[in-house]
Design a protein around this ligand. Structure first.
Ligand code: AP5
Ligand code: MG
Length: 198
């Protein structure tokens, strides 16, 4: 399997780029944000818990997220691989992911960190908020999401740097330009894997 983590602050383009990766590499897209929004829409118990946190721009507790992800990962066995979008967001989650993948003899192959300035993030999310219907796409909640990212989520970067799978990707420019940068990094992993097999 090819296991990719797409990382970056709110509005950095994780969802947009994930779609392109899925098309190009045939991977399964796992977006914890989208899964939570679907639970909220269906009014499930998990959705009710999630809404309380999401509407404030805070993270949903680790145990809730890890439980949800564990169930999802099981359904992805035997596929070409996965792209994780919005997970892991804490070092606890990163450790849990490592353990889950290790059960299958797998690991995170690459983490792609989309780097975008705050001003651009806010601009993108406010614009999306005009039509998205997302209850967290408003000025106050966007500011809180970016703060939580900086305080709680960025330590995940060092966790993966330590494993040698971290790659920084400039997240500004056109969607296609950014995707080309991502492809260069992903193809390098695939190339390395092929040369090891030989
Ligand atoms: P989640 O759904 O993951 O949201 P997010 O991380 O805040 O990021 P977004 O989905 O808003 O942005 P994105 O990076 O996907 O960018 P996009 O491609 O849409 O999480 C939501 C909430 O759920 C969290 O706050 C938390 O409460 C909870 N949650 C989720 N996962 C969790 C976890 N693991 N642990 C705990 N809680 C969790 O692009 C943004 C906009 O910009 C779009 O309009 C797009 O069209 C536009 N755009 C994209 N690329 C470009 C470009 N190159 N130029 C111009 N515009 C662009
Ligand atoms: Mg997204």
């Amino acid at each position: 399997m090819l296991n990719i983590v797409i990382f970056g602050p709110p509005g950095s383009g994780k969802g947009t780029q994930s779609k392109k990766v899925v098309e190009a590499y045939g991977l399964e897209h796992i977006s914890t944000g989208e899964m939570l929004r679907s639970e909220m829409k269906n009014g499930t118990a998990l959705g009710v818990i999630a809404k309380k946190h999401i509407d404030k721009g805070h993270l949903v507790p680790d145990h809730v997220i890890v439980g949800m992800l564990t169930r999802k990962l099981k359904t992805c066995r035997g596929t070409k691989g996965i792209i994780l979008d919005g997970f892991p967001r804490t070092v606890n989650q990163a450790e849990a992911l490592d353990q889950l993948l290790a059960q299958y003899g797998d690991q995170v192959d690459i983490l792609l960190n989309l780097e975008v300035e705050d001003e651009e993030l806010i601009k993108r999310l406010l614009k999306r908020g005009e039509t998205s219907g997302r209850t967290d796409d408003n000025g106050k909640t966007i500011a809180e999401r970016i703060l939580v990212y900086k305080q709680v989520t960025t330590p995940v970067i060092d966790f993966y740097k330590g494993k040698g799978v971290y790659r920084s990707v400039k997240g500004t420019g056109s969607v296609d330009e950014i995707f080309a940068r991502m492809q260069t990094a992903i193809d390098a992993v695939l190339h390395e894997r092929m040369t090891k097999v030989k």
